[in-house]
Ligand binder design. Structure first.
Ligand code: HEC
Length: 133
């Protein structure tokens, strides 16, 4: 029994720490410019995720255009129609477990929607929103 319990425990611990460490680092970045910053905010994250903008390819899109509104469900890529697995870590335990992957896709996806990279505050807010789903 013990053998089964310990790996499960390690998986859950490492999940928490990867994304939490990432958020802590982003918060340190935000505090450099905004001394009275209180913390990341689900509502601001929701606005970032669901609002529509003239994206990189000259089409009105939002993060939801590819990831959907219900983050526990898979959704079709707006451009390629390929299936994207759910973004919610509750529905898809592989999500938000690898900082390199998170950074790579946030950079690319912010560019798709906002034509620029996300700021540390925007990235923290949107990750906090995704985690709440
Ligand atoms: C044009 C389609 C598209 C748009 C728009 C888009 N994404 Fe993505 N996103 C993807 C694809 C494709 C992947 C990588 C494939 C995968 O992991 O399923 C991905 C992966 C991610 C990941 C990686 C999660 C992980 O740990 O596996 C995050 C976080 C993410 N997107 C957030 C966002 C946010 C925030 C926005 C809006 C700023 C956004 N996406 C807009 C297509 C999109």
């Amino acid at each position: 029994m013990k053998k089964l319990i310990i790996p499960a425990l390690l998986v859950s611990l490492s999940f928490g720490s990867v994304v939490e460490q990432y958020l802590t680092n982003l918060k340190t970045e935000v505090l450099k410019n905004e001394q009275n910053f209180k913390g990341f905010d689900v509502k601001r994250g929701e606005e970032i995720f669901t609002s529509t903008h003239m994206g990189k390819k000259g089409k009105e899109i939002s993060c939801s255009s590819c990831h959907g509104i219900d983050l526990t469900k898979s959704h079709e890529n707006f451009f390629t129609a390929k299936t994207i697995e759910p973004l919610s870590p509750k529905a898809n335990p592989k999500r938000l477990t690898d900082v390199k992957k998170i950074e790579k896709w946030l950079k690319r996806n912010f560019n798709d929607v906002y034509n620029r990279e996300g700021t540390p505050k925007e990235k923290g807010d949107v990750i906090t929103y995704i985690m709440s789903k």
